[in-house]
Design a protein around this ligand. Structure first.
Ligand code: MTE
Ligand code: MOS
Length: 800
């Protein structure tokens, strides 16, 4: 078998291969870019509907928790256009779409409502409008049960979707007892709606023998396939799932597509007609899970320099009514408690709280951001207490190279580049001078205050559930030399398809336009993992390279034999293959010859990430193949009378190793940063006392607009970036890590608030830092400043 991570002629290439159009390192545009702009990219709702297509709409519960005592759907059934109505009784197989077979997520509940807005029945009608209208005609009666809507209440009642988990190194309690300084506090971290432009959608087309072809907007076609087969009571081979592209996923389509896919599939099989389920935006926001909101309680010990010697930290994640991916997400928050810092003796406890809310799920960063935002706030508080610049405290706590280099899960950090990156960002952002200028500005500006912050990102790459780190690919070369490329990864806008195509172009030394990028399909590459954990290009790139190498090696063997040269004398160069001094053939010509000589021109490829292992019970091992790093410096301006705030300048240096595609990587960094900024500043989810989400449309839920972009936005791919591990062409994953660069915005806002009390009182700023929250934090700070006038020590924040 070929080894796709073996040294190749391009592995250490920094510049693109001359003469090759669209190999690796080329800033090739997104393969669908022009189609996105022209409106020609086909999303599922754009597929021409076959005659007789039915449309589905959900019927939602109007309580947060309780038993259904009566469900009269007669008016729904007789409404115009209605063809069928589904309840739990209509599920032919297993009534469960939980991702890990925890059996806690029914397709439709059998009598028990677990959150406000939960779909309890489903209508299929001739038009979507008819289905939506009919869904409102149900007469449902409930016996309400007490609803648990807060993490604190779930903690008190010990209601969990998965068992608590602990990670530790050394003895945190005695380290804290011995610490020179100690600080404890609580931070509340808000959730986030994915707000993908294309909502959840599935289109089921009935096939022979009760089989189904599903077009589904999912990051995880294999899981949808397996779940839908279970729901239908059929083997997996009866269901084929295809995904050409998603209009954004951001983690929200890692597990949460199954319910809608299942309902569409049931209708298709039952009626023999194509069935499409596209959730309306409000329903999508109400009925699908979000980023987990967290409550973090911490107690940290440190010395006069601000160096941490011990930390006791407890996370309570709001998981909603079912487990979904919450255990892994809560784990990833724990894995990122350290962010970039050696924490000494540490104990991390995590509670996965069960509440009567929609089940929360993956969201870019997968819990990592929640862990990191907490430690960055802790670092800033330490800096205020010891009276040092926060950057100095960060530097004092960075992981070391030879010592102070083990994480709380006992992995040695071997590839730390934060020292170099920090030097670079301090220089390029002119941090020291700007810090002085801001101090001077704030001294003479009573209402408007500026803030500045530099924060690092260190993000672990690999699924922490080790077996998920595998991928497959399939390549056909046709007789004319054109290539059909397929792999298990899905395209959600992140540019995975173009990157993998570039890898194949480089391997065959052919132009990118000779490669046909094709839809992900469970019939072509089976048993795939979700496109998630930022590992899409790392894994599918390797699998595709493996497939290409197999074909290439067959061609080399064939050419060497036919022309009587050594295999080492056969070389692929741009557009052609050189066979010793015997021949020079175009790629098309060698393919034709190989076909006639009966050489197979089709191959599968496979990759399993090496080196990783993790013992979850012991919370110890090497869960990550490597780390992705980045640095951001953000400057903000706040109005202390209104709480309004603005990001005025951002400098980013991000390490993508040796980029497969610098244009795509830049897009990921900018987009990730802005999405993180939205999470931390404007995007606020608000449920009323009945558990009803009231921010379920853009009118009440504010994602960043173009005008919220930093006025001055400077971003660079780190010129010295290189992966010490043998990843695909030494690149690094880029999908999620940049989101966490936005923590610098939150910390800069806190810095601006702290300037109100001359950095002598610690602000209590949670996330999101909406204008309301900023105003509250300013008022709270001013109050404590007055109460404690005359005292020289730094005052602790609220919530201790
Ligand atoms: N970029 C765009 N445009 N749209 C998306 O939905 N999802 C993010 C990130 N970047 C996303 C995106 C998330 S959550 C992940 S895990 C990665 O892309 C997944 O793709 P990758 O593994 O190919 O980086
Ligand atoms: Mo991304 S949250 O791993 O889909």
């Amino acid at each position: 078998m070929s080894d796709p991570s073996a040294h190749s002629q391009t592995e250490d290439l920094i510049a693109p291969t001359a003469g090759l159009s669209g190999g690796v390192r080329t800033p090739s545009k997104h393969d669908s870019g022009p189609k996105h702009v022209a409106g020609e990219a086909v999303y599922i709702d754009d597929i021409i509907e076959p005659y007789g297509t039915l449309h589905l709409a959900p019927g939602a519960a109007t309580i947060a928790h309780g038993k259904i005592t009566k469900m009269d759907l007669s008016k729904v059934r007789t409404a115009p256009g209605v063809i069928c109505v589904l309840t739990a009784d209509d599920v032919p197989g297993v009534n469960d779409v939980s991702p890990a077979h925890t059996h806690d997520e029914p397709v439709l509940p059998d009598g028990l409502v677990q959150f406000y807005g939960q779909p309890v029945f489903c209508v299929a009608a001739q038009t979507r409008a008819q289905a939506r209208h009919a869904a409102k005609l149900a007469e449902i009666e409930y016996e309400e049960l007490p609803a648990v809507l807060s993490v604190d209440e779930a903690l008190e009642k010990q209601l969990f979707v998965a068992p608590p988990h602990v990670m530790k190194q050394g003895d945190a309690a005695s380290a804290l007892a011995k610490a020179k300084h100690r600080r404890s506090g609580r931070m509340e971290i808000g959730g986030q709606d994915h707000f993908y432009l294309e909502g959840q959608i599935s289109f089921a087309i009935p096939q022979e023998d009760g089989d189904v072809l599903l077009h589904c907007s999912t990051q995880h076609p294999s899981e949808v396939q397996h779940n839908i087969a279970n729901v239908l009571g059929r083997p997996a081979n009866a269901v084929t799932v295809e995904v050409r592209r998603m209009g954004g996923g951001f983690g929200g389509k890692e597990t949460q597509a199954s319910q809608w896919a299942a309902l569409a599939a049931i209708v298709a099989v039952k009626t023999g007609r194509p069935a499409k389920f596209r959730l309306d935006r409000d329903d999508d926001m109400i009925m699908t899970g979000k980023r987990h909101d967290f409550i973090v309680d911490y107690d940290v010990g440190f010395d006069d320099d601000g160096r941490i010697c011990g930390l006791d930290i407890q996370y309570a994640a709001n998981c909603g009514f079912s487990a979904d991916l919450s255990a892994a997400i809560a784990d990833r928050a724990m894995f990122h408690t350290d962010n970039a810092y050696y924490l000494g003796d540490v104990e991390i406890r995590s509670y996965r709280c069960k509440t009567n809310l929609v089940s929360n799920t993956a969201f870019r960063g997968f819990g990592g951001p929640q862990g990191m935002v907490a430690i960055e706030r802790i670092i800033d508080e330490i800096a205020m207490i010891v009276g040092r610049d926060p950057m100095d405290v960060r530097l004092a706590n960075y992981y070391g190279t030879d010592d102070r280099n083990t994480t709380p899960y006992h992995m040695v950090v071997e590839d730390n580049v934060l020292g170099e990156l920090t030097n670079d960002i301090l220089k390029s952002s002119d941090y020291c001078n700007r810090r002085a200028a801001i101090t001077a500005f704030n001294a003479q500006s009573p209402v408007l205050k500026k803030g500045l912050s530099v924060t690092p990102v260190k993000f672990g790459i690999s699924f922490t559930t080790s077996f998920l780190n595998q991928a497959g690919a399939l390549i056909h070369v046709y007789q004319d030399g054109s290539v059909h490329l397929n792999h298990g990864g899905t395209e959600m806008g992140q540019g995975l398809f173009i990157k993998v195509a570039q890898v194949v172009a480089e391997e065959f030394q052919i132009d990118l336009d000779q490669i046909k990028i094709t839809a992900t399909n469970t019939g072509k590459v089976p048993n795939t993992s979700a496109t998630a954990a930022s590992s899409g290009a790392d894994m599918n790139g390797m699998a595709a390279r493996d497939a290409a190498m197999t074909i290439k090696n067959r061609l080399i063997a064939f050419a060497a034999e036919k022309y009587g040269v050594a295999e080492t004398a056969v070389r692929f160069v741009p557009g052609k293959i050189i066979i010793g001094d015997q021949a020079e053939l175009s790629f098309g010509d060698i393919i034709k010859q190989a076909y006639l000589a009966r050489v197979s021109l089709s191959a599968t490829g496979y990759y399993a990430t090496p080196k990783i292992h993790y013992d979850r019970d012991a919370a110890s091992g090497r869960p990550f193949y490597y780390f992705a790093y980045g640095m951001a410096c953000s400057e903000v301006l706040i109005d202390t009378l209104t709480g309004e705030n603005k990001v005025t300048r951002v400098d980013i240096i991000h390490d993508v190793g040796r980029s497969l595609n610098p244009a795509i990587d830049r897009g990921q960094i900018e987009g990730g940063f802005i999405q993180g900024m939205g999470w931390l500043t404007t995007e606020e989810l608000w449920w009323d006392d009945g558990g009803n989400l009231r921010t379920h449309a853009p009118s009440t839920y504010k994602i960043p607009a173009c005008s919220d972009r930093p006025e001055d936005f400077r971003m660079e791919l780190w010129a010295s970036g290189r992966n010490v591990e043998k990843t695909i062409h030494r690149s690094k994953a880029v999908g999620e890590p940049p989101l966490m660069l936005a923590i610098s915005v939150h910390r800069a806002i806190a810095d601006a608030i702290a300037s109100v009390a001359d950095h002598k009182v610690i602000p209590n700023l949670n996330t999101p830092a909406t204008p309301e929250a900023v105003l509250y934090a300013v008022a709270d700070l001013a109050k404590r400043m007055i109460e404690n006038a005359g005292q020289s020590v730094v005052m602790a924040g609220a919530g201790e």
